[in-house]
Design a protein around this ligand. Structure first.
Ligand SMILES: Nc1ncnc2c1ncn2[C@@H]1O[C@H](COP(=O)(O)OP(=O)(O)O)[C@@H](O)[C@H]1O
Ligand SMILES: [Mg+2]
Length: 423
């Protein structure tokens, strides 16, 4: 009898903890990722360097193994494969089909909200650029243009001018698996997210985070803080809306993540959902803030075992996404030890080291690391964030070195801020 394995789709920083957790639970790990240099390549017992979106082929490749569970934290692109592989390999937990669909099709998620009578807003989804342009002309500007089925902010753009729409639609289409693009009314308000976990059709835990972003035009997440300061009535409304959506989708057990905006009138509008663990280090945030291990719970659920979601503490916690604004080669990382020595630092995780190729933060996948800070007050948390920001320095050698400054006796001082921004 061969040792049972857990099949983890995706080998990025948000899937890697599942590899370690699987091993801790006594299983072997099969990792799948199309990038040969994915973090999971060296962490898996067997690594399949291929797309996560071809379940039949993956099933054929692992046919000789005893696969006890299939999981893909944080990845929307892999959720249909998780469902298909769970069926083909007859693993104990089968994801709810409608929850999978709502996770990978933003237009379908809008339909679900409409059906439930939850607050909605104008959108059009289509694969036809002309139809999108005509319909978008009727929406108030700015609008937001996104692939209907991608994630990690790939191809997302705020458009403030009708003339910029065709290029934004073309870019979103390049990132869309189905070719469909969604153009939405831009919601104004606070950006938040909810990382929840259901058990037996009940909300076992929910962490509501205050999300910071790069702002328009890309709106890429730069960090989260928990607990978000929500009015008690808003928090109650949120829980009830989460349960309405999960109930309608048949999602009775497992993690679910929502992005949403709360406006000045405290109206909650959902932007998207994923019936999976959240990306951007969300489970790490939950573990540091509440002492709940959602990786373990998600794996045990996938294995058909009982799982535990009891909070052990409640701490104000911030997760900062570490980034660079230069495409190039990372040469130096300064200040990591000083940041680790701060009393508020719970964890500093770096995904890139000297010699790594790094990219400007134009999508979530370009992150360099996570910094987790824990404090007694939001003020202390913000101070520690500022302190860490001033200590931690990524020295990146740009891809194309900037042209040398002309030799002049009274040359103006070199603007180092501009030099590092140049490609
Ligand atoms: N209609 C909208 N109004 C305001 N902000 C939006 C809207 N749609 C998306 N965003 C912002 O863009 C981010 C990325 O969009 P999202 O639909 O979550 O795509 P992804 O699947 O790439 O995460 C959101 O988290 C949010 O901050
Ligand atoms: Mg999102």
């Amino acid at each position: 009898m061969t040792k049972p394995h857990i099949l983890v789709l995706g080998g990025g920083e948000d899937q890697l903890p599942a590899y370690h957790e699987a091993r801790r639970l006594g299983y072997g790990v099969v990792g799948v990722d199309q990038r040969p240099d994915a973090l999971g390549a060296s962490a898996a017992d067997l690594f399949l360097c291929m797309t996560t979106r071809d379940p039949e082929r993956i099933a054929a490749m692992v046919g000789h193994l005893d696969i006890a569970a299939v999981i893909s934290p944080a990845s929307d692109a892999a959720q249909e494969s998780v469902a298909e592989l769970s069926r083909l390999l007859r693993t104990p937990h089968q994801p709810a089909p409608d929850a999978v669909r709502a996770s990978v099709d933003k237009g379908y998620f809008h339909e679900v909200l409409e059906r439930l009578g939850l607050p909605t807003y104008a959108y059009i989804q289509s694969a036809d650029p002309v139809e999108l342009r005509l319909a978008a002309a009727a929406l108030p500007l700015p609008v937001i243009v996104k692939p209907s089925d991608s994630s990690g902010s790939k191809g997302v753009q705020v458009v403030a001018d009708q003339a910029a729409l065709p290029e934004a639609v073309a870019e979103a289409q390049r990132y869309s698996f189905s070719g469909e693009v969604i153009v939405e009314e831009m919601l104004l308000g606070r950006h938040l997210s909810a990382e929840a976990f259901l058990r037996d059709a009940k909300l076992a835990t929910i962490a509501v985070t205050e999300r910071s972003t790069t702002g328009a035009p890309r709106m890429i997440t730069t960090g989260h803080m928990v607990p978000a300061e929500l009015a008690p009535a808003t928090e109650i409304a949120l829980r009830s809306m989460v349960m309405d959506v999960c109930g309608a989708l048949g999602h009775t057990d497992g993690p679910v993540n929502f992005d949403f905006v709360v406006d000045r009138t405290e109206e909650i509008r959902f932007i998207e959902m994923g019936a999976r663990l959240g990306g951007n280090g969300m489970p790490l945030l939950v573990r540091h803030a509440y002492g709940i291990d959602t990786y373990e719970a998600a794996l045990r659920l996938a294995l058909g075992l009982p799982f535990e979601l009891q909070a052990r503490h409640d701490k104000k916690t911030a997760l900062q996404i570490l980034t660079t604004d230069t495409d190039g080669i990372l040469r130096t990382v300064e200040g990591a030890d000083e940041v680790r020595a701060l009393p508020q630092t719970a964890e500093l995780r770096l995904f890139a080291g000297p010699g790594s190729r790094v990219r400007r933060y134009t999508q979530a996948g370009h992150k360099l690391g996570y910094l987790l800070l824990v404090a007694d007050s939001y003020g202390e948390l913000r101070e520690a964030q500022a302190r860490a920001r001033s200590l931690l320095r990524f020295g990146v050698e740009p891809d194309t070195p900037p042209a040398p400054a002309p030799a002049q006796a009274d040359a103006a001082p070199i603007r180092t801020d501009l030099l590092t921004e140049k490609r």
